[in-house]
Design a protein around this ligand. Structure first.
Ligand code: ZN
Length: 245
């Protein structure tokens, strides 16, 4: 990217992926703001995790502190009016016959990106950074690479301002996402920053669909058996196996 892309907005949920994306953005851009969505999650744990992660990044990574700007939280409770899913209602998580998990809200990510672009426009931010990933198990169609490219064009045209959508995790798996965090922490210039960022993500990010913060595993907190926990645990195992330490 050229130097004209200096200001970024990270779609930041407080999970492993978006925290890694935030570290990527802090390493790459001069000014970084964060955006979260409150869509009536059954568990407020994710929203709490966001604030703890931001605080920990500020405390532990001095070179990034000055770059980390405003945090935004948008209420998207309207999603509850258009979709019944296990994230917004008291339903059990399961896979549907379509092959998608019942957490899927059709087009949710399209809405999120559109809101992010509107905010970025107002804040003078040129890049949207998002942790969407095609190697993820879930196969959300609104997270695919082609969808991101189409959105980048649609949003740039519709707002008459060039906007980039940066997807650092698109083609890597969860083990490589842990490794990326380690590399970014090292590049931060903080002594022991690689391990520090991995430790921060283990301890403070939240991924579990059930909102479990009571069971602590080597890879962090979670129920250990929902698809999000299984994915995180499997990625961690792959990362540890590939690590020289
Ligand atoms: Zn879980």
């Amino acid at each position: 990217m050229t130097a004209i892309h200096t200001r970024a907005l990270v779609l930041f949920s407080g999970g492993q992926d978006s925290t890694t994306c935030l570290a990527h953005a802090l390493q790459r851009f001069e000014h970084v703001e964060t955006l979260g969505f409150d869509y009536g999650q059954r568990h407020h744990i994710e929203l709490d995790a966001r604030l703890v992660v931001l605080q920990q990044l500020r405390e532990q990574f001095a070179p990034w502190r000055a770059r980390l700007g405003e945090d935004h939280l948008l209420d998207v409770a309207v999603l509850g009016q258009v979709s019944e899913t296990s994230l917004t209602r008291d339903m059990a998580f399961e896979m549907e016959s379509s092959g998608l998990p019942n957490t899927f809200v059709p087009g949710r990510n399209l809405l999120f990106l559109t809101l992010a672009a509107a905010l970025a426009y107002r804040r003078g931010l040129q890049v949207l950074v998002t942790g969407v990933c095609e190697t993820d198990f879930s196969g959300y169609p609104d997270c695919r690479d082609d969808t991101m490219k189409a959105m980048q064009i649609a949003l740039s045209l519709g707002m008459d301002r060039r906007l980039l959508i940066d997807t650092p995790l698109m083609w890597i798996d969860k083990a490589e996402t842990w490794a990326l965090a380690h590399t970014l922490g090292q590049k931060s210039g903080v002594a022991g920053g690689g391990q520090a960022l991995v430790d921060l993500i283990v301890e403070h990010t939240h991924t579990c669909y059930l909102g479990d913060r009571t069971h602590r595993h080597a890879w962090g907190y979670g129920c250990g058996s929902c698809p999000a926990c299984e994915l995180r645990a499997r990625g961690w195992a792959g990362f540890v196996a590939a690590s020289p330490v």
